[in-house]
Structure formats: C-alpha cells, structure tokens
Design a binder for this molecule. Structure first.
Ligand code: FAD
Length: 212
C-alpha cells in the first residue's frame, strides 16, 4: 500500500500481479491475516491466527433427535452434522501460529474431545471419526469480538476484522453495515459503532460469556 504524503490516506494498493489499484477506501477483510494487511498501512491490530480443530464422527448408538449446538464447560462443542456429529475445540495451549501452519494434533481427539463428549453424552462411547480438519480463527486478543469502522488517522482504511470464530453468523449484518459506512459515511440499519476500532486504542472491551 502507498499512502498520501501526509500519511492520512491509503492512496493505492499494489497487487501480487504487480498492477496498482488507486483507492478511495481500503477494506481490510483478510480474516486471520488481518494484522499483516493492517501493517501494510502502518497500522497495528490485535488479531492473530489461532488453531481450532474440528472432528466429524459417526455414532453406533445414534441419538433419537438432532443435537443442537452444545457447549461443554471444558470448551468443547458438539452438534449434529447431517447424519453425523461434529465436535470442535481449541488446543490446550493456544498460541498464535504462522499463517500457513495447518499442522494437525491427532492426540486431541483421543485425549480431550472424545472423553468430554462421551462423558456428557453416554451414546458417544462408541464413535468413529470419519473426517477432521484444523482452521484458523482471526482471534482478537483484546476481547474476541469484531473490530469495525475507520481508522482514526488513516481515514480511508476500514476494518472488518477479529471475528474470533463467530464471523459467519454476523456477516449479513456486518456486510450491510460496512456497505452503508462506505456509501453514506455512517451506519443506517444497525448501529455498529460499539465495535469501532477506536475501542482498541482505548482498550475498551466488549466481552461475551458464551464464546467458543
Ligand atoms: C474451525 C472454525 C469454525 C468456525 N465456526 C464458525 C461458526 O460456527 N459460526 C460462525 O459464525 N463463524 C465460525 N467461524 C468463523 C468464521 O469462519 C469467520 O469468522 C469468517 O469466515 C470470517 O470471514 P472473513 O471474510 O472476515 O474472513 P475469511 O473467511 O478468513 O476470508 C478472508 C479472505 O481474505 C483473503 N486474504 C488474506 N490476505 C489477503 C491478501 N493480502 N490479499 C488478498 N486476499 C487476502 C483470504 O485468502 C480469505 O479468502 C469458524 C472458523 C473456524 C476456523
């Protein structure tokens, strides 16, 4: 990114292809790589990639009804996934990882996830993992909530970051809100100002109790 001479605007973005795009506004929607993108404009952001593991399993003794999203106090969650079930968890230690680190810890199922779900739901004593993967949360280390709106100094740099594992469900509202911010300079449908980037600078947190 190149900035205006006073440093208050991003004036252009250079793509991987080498071509340059002049910009009126820049929206940082780069998920777990949000910090790397912000740094291109000289901006800091408390967002880091953290691993979250997902396991799809079949149960010999199926439940007689769908299982809604169920969160165990250990932090493991489990729910129906079509004819199977899906469980997920963070690792015990939960550091920031490299952007390209998708290494899988296979011991988590045996040592952590299966004991917890079988303890909570006895039918899950006899299960078989049929798929598993690891993904990155865009983890907001301040308060695990979205960071939105314009930067105070680099005025045309807009944040849509730090969703910390619940961005999909918020995306319709946030997409509309940011579109309004770009088109009208303000939110019109929903007031998203509590999530402004300014709260990062003033360390004002928005804490939710039931984050997974
Ligand atoms: C295992 C797991 C389970 C989840 N479960 C849920 C759930 O149940 N409910 C829920 O609401 N959310 C869930 N989430 C979170 C949800 O997936 C994210 O919050 C959501 O995808 C964030 O959307 P985004 O568009 O901000 O970022 P992303 O979907 O991560 O998209 C960012 C995009 O930016 C691109 N990008 C990055 N850097 C650059 C660059 N320099 N130039 C160009 N492109 C770039 C990336 O390639 C990517 O396509 C889960 C996440 C994980 C990992």
């Amino acid at each position: 990114m190149t900035k205006s001479s006073d440093g208050n605007l991003v004036s252009s973005v250079t793509l991987k292809s080498g071509s340059t795009v002049a910009c009126g506004k820049v929206v940082n929607a780069s998920g777990p790589r949000a910090l790397a993108t912000a740094q291109m404009a000289g901006i800091s952001l408390p967002v880091e990639p953290r691993k979250r593991y997902t396991f799809i399993f079949d149960a010999a003794d199926r439940l007689d009804r769908d299982l809604p999203l169920t969160v165990d106090p250990s932090g493991i969650h489990v729910r129906s996934e079509g004819k199977y079930y899906m469980a997920g968890c963070p690792p015990d230690d939960d550091p920031a990882v490299d952007y390209d680190d998708f290494g899988f810890d296979h011991s988590l199922w045996e040592n952590k996830v299966w004991p917890a779900v079988a303890n909570r739901i006895p039918q899950f004593e006899r299960v078989k993992v049929i798929n598993e993967w690891v993904g990155h949360y865009a983890y907001n280390t301040l308060d695990q909530n979205a960071i939105l709106g314009c930067h105070g100094k680099v005025a045309n740099f807009i944040f849509m970051n730090g969703f910390s594992g619940h961005g999909l469900q918020q995306s319709p509202a946030i997409g509309r809100g940011i579109a309004e911010l770009i088109a009208y300079g303000e939110y019109r449908s929903l007031d998203l100002t509590p999530f402004d980037y300014q709260r990062i600078e003033s360390q004002r947190t928005i804490i939710e109790q039931a984050i997974i």
